[in-house]
Design a binder for this molecule. Structure first.
Ligand SMILES: [Zn+2]
Ligand SMILES: [Zn+2]
Length: 237
């Protein structure tokens, strides 16, 4: 049985280890306590070349333990290409779920994973305008996501389908078969899937279908400021 997303958890919270976020892990922890969360996943952005992950993990693990609040860790990395390559240091991916590594890698659709590497939203729109079928773009995105989930082993899908509006498409452009293939891979690999407050995705059609398939859905704010930790309005609706 799976339920959720439960809004007493926030599974995607950034700290100052991400250059676009303003709060320290300690400030985020305090905010999680104020919001009466039971779980917080502290996550920061990485690329293949990132070196701060050991320091980030030691800072998070040195935080005071608060009763009733579980602190989880992660790194957020984009899916690089159609093969499902992940933009994270290989040693970080190899250490997922071990004492030396973060709990999970958050797989992000910040770009479209093309056959030759990441396509920006603008470059993708240009290809669609030039005749590339939107259905092929959607299939490439979902296939790459499934490959990345299977390669990672311990993943979480960050804001799934957040890229679609940026390339002029909608979640309704994703056929049921692809939603189901993604769900199957998530169940097979134990990948959690976010319902993301910041990006307001995925929508109810995908979320309901995934929940029915047994996918573990988790709520996230994608907070870049402690004031936003555990604060939900869209997700609750
Ligand atoms: Zn992201
Ligand atoms: Zn994020």
């Amino acid at each position: 049985m799976s339920t959720g997303p439960l809004t007493d958890g926030d599974h995607h919270v950034h700290s100052t280890f991400s250059d676009d976020a303003v709060s320290t892990p300690a400030q985020n922890l305090a905010a999680a306590q104020v919001a009466r969360l039971r779980e917080i996943r502290m996550v920061d952005h990485v690329r293949v070349s990132t070196t701060y992950v050991p320091e980030f993990l030691s800072v998070v693990r040195a935080l005071p333990r608060l009763e009733g609040l579980t602190v989880l860790t992660g790194v957020e990395a984009k899916i690089l290409d159609a093969s499902g390559a992940i933009d994270a240091p290989p040693e970080v991916l190899a250490a997922l779920g071990t004492p030396a590594g973060p709990d999970r890698v958050l797989l992000a659709d910040h770009q479209v994973p093309g056959p030759d590497g990441p396509w920006s939203p603008r470059a993708t729109r240009e290809r669609i305008d030039a005749g590339l079928a939107p259905a092929d773009v959607v299939e490439m995105l979902v296939t790459a996501t499934i490959r990345a989930m299977r390669a990672a082993g311990r993943a979480q899908l960050a804001h799934p389908f957040s890229i679609l509006p940026k390339i002029g498409l909608k979640e309704d452009d994703v056929p049921d078969e692809l939603l189901d293939a993604l769900a199957q891979a998530a169940v097979d690999t134990g990948t959690t899937v976010e319902i993301n407050e910041k990006w307001q995705c995925p929508g109810p059609r995908a979320a309901d279908r995934w929940r029915a398939a047994g996918v573990q859905l988790v709520a996230s704010t994608d907070a870049h400021d402690a004031a936003d930790v555990g604060v939900y309005s869209w997700v609750r609706g």
